[in-house]
Structures are given as C-alpha cells and as structure tokens.
Design a protein. Structure first.
Length: 276
C-alpha cells in the first residue's frame, strides 16, 4: 500500500514527466558513448543524484517549514559547506581549494542573503529564507566552480610563461593577474548572459509561477529582477573572492608557483587544511 503522498495522481503524472525527461538525458549519454567522450559516468551520476536529492528535499520540505526560524541559519550553513565541498572538485589540485570555495561561497551568499533580508526582499520566514537562500548559494557554487576550473586551466597552460616572469623578478600577483582576471570573466559569463536575455529569451520559472498564482505581472517581473540581481551579486562576490584567494595560495612564500597536484581529500583532511 503506497503512502497517500505517493498515490497522489499529481505525483504519478510527475513520474511520467520524469520518465520523458530521463529519456532525453539518456540520448545525451548515448551520444557521449558513441563519440567516446567518456562522460557517461559523470553525467549519468549527476542526473540520478540530482533526482534523488531533489526528491529527498521535497519529502523533507514540510519538516523544514515547521522548524524555528533560528534553525534556518544552520540549514543554510550546511548548504554552504556542502556546496563548497562539491565545488572544490572542479579545482582539484588548486592549493587549498576547499578553503577557497568555503570562504568565497560563504561570503558571496551570506552578504547577499543578509542584505536582502534586511531590505525585506526575502521574508524572514523559513518558507522563504531556505528556498531563496538555497537558490543564491547554488548559483554562487556554480560561479565558484567555473572560477576554479578556469584558473586551474589558465595556470597549467601558461605555467612556463608565469615562471619566466617570476624568474626576472615580477611579483607573483602581477605574474598571474591576467590569468586571474580571465578566470573571473569566464565564471561570470552564465549570469551575465542570463541578465542580458532576461525577459526576451530567458523567462524564469519564478516569475511565471507568480503570475499563474495571481500576482501582479509587473510586481512579478520586479521581484524576478531582484532575484536575478541577488544571483548576480552573489556570483560576482564569490568569483572575485575566489580569484583573490587562489591568486595568493598558488604561490609559495618564496614567490614560486606551486605544483597543482590532483588528490582525493577526505572531509577530515580538508578540515585540517583549513588550519594551515
């Protein structure tokens, strides 16, 4: 006998829609296999993992809405920590990637969340704070991942040039500045493109949902822009913070460029590295 929530016709219809979306994802995995891209495991794993995680969140959402407001800070802090743990994988090999990720995401997301709660754009209720805060944290994580990935590739591709500059006495910050700047620019491309096409190409689901729910269309548009501005600000702060930190940690105290050695850190080792 299925629980009442699972037996809901809406849930059953949703499963059919999930099956349709999954078939499209299967096409992508098939193309990856045919073209020998060797991405099936990563893409398939991310797809299945995302489905399981979002279902788990849906099942727990009622519990989240019943907790005291003060506990929402604990939930958001947990989201930031997990986002940093996942994001640092894109910069595997970059010195202190977890510390960089945790600091950058925490700063970018928390500044925006606190400011917008104070301004009244995010209601100080669990029902609003957790979902909107999670959206901001998720986008900060994406920006941080792109920044780390691009910084890593920029440094590795131009290592000889950077070391030559260091050899003639150029300060580390100046030797890597061009590559740090490029990593910031690359990481902000998605959010900048989304802002440029907002309302013309990109019509966000939140705005559409508000209109369908009976909200004033103009207010729905205004609030959607506020959301996009929050995402833009969090992404910018995150990317710039990450770039400053990686630009510092990439060099030794003797002004030598560190080797980027990939590893598989555990949670314990990552926490220990935070103290160094």
């Amino acid at each position: 006998m299925l629980p009442a929530q699972l037996a809901d016709p809406t849930v059953v219809r949703g499963l059919l829609q999930v099956a349709a979306a999954s078939s499209l994802a299967a096409v992508v995995l098939g193309l990856s296999y045919v073209r020998n891209l060797d991405l099936e495991r990563e893409l398939g794993g991310a797809f299945v993992r995302g489905f399981v995680q979002v279902l788990a969140m849906g099942a727990l959402i009622g519990v989240l809405f019943s907790i005291p407001l003060s506990f929402s800070a604990v939930v958001l802090a947990g989201m930031i920590a997990y986002a940093a743990w996942e994001s640092r994988k894109r910069g595997d090999g970059v010195p202190r990637a977890f510390r960089v990720s945790l600091t950058a995401i925490a700063l970018g997301a928390s500044v925006v969340i606190v400011t917008m709660v104070a301004a009244g754009a995010i209601e100080s209720t669990v029902r609003n704070l957790v979902p909107v805060g999670g959206m901001i944290i998720a986008n900060a994580m994406k920006t941080n991942s792109l920044a780390l990935d691009r910084f890593k590739s920029e440094i590795e591709s131009n290592r000889a040039e950077i070391e030559a500059l260091l050899a003639i006495g150029v300060p580390p910050r100046a030797a890597a500045s061009e590559h740090v700047t490029e990593s910031v620019r690359a990481s902000l491309i998605p959010v900048v493109d989304a802002m440029r096409t907002l309302g013309l190409v990109y019509i966000p689901g939140m705005m559409a949902g508000m209109i369908l729910g009976g909200a004033n269309p103009i207010y729905a548009a205004e609030y959607q822009f506020v959301i996009m501005a929050m995402i833009f600000a969090a992404g910018g702060l995150t990317s710039m913070t990450a770039s400053l930190l990686v630009g510092r940690y990439a060099f030794t105290e003797a002004a030598q460029l560190r080797r980027f050695e990939e590893s598989s850190p555990t949670v314990v080792s990552a926490l220990r590295s935070m103290r160094r």
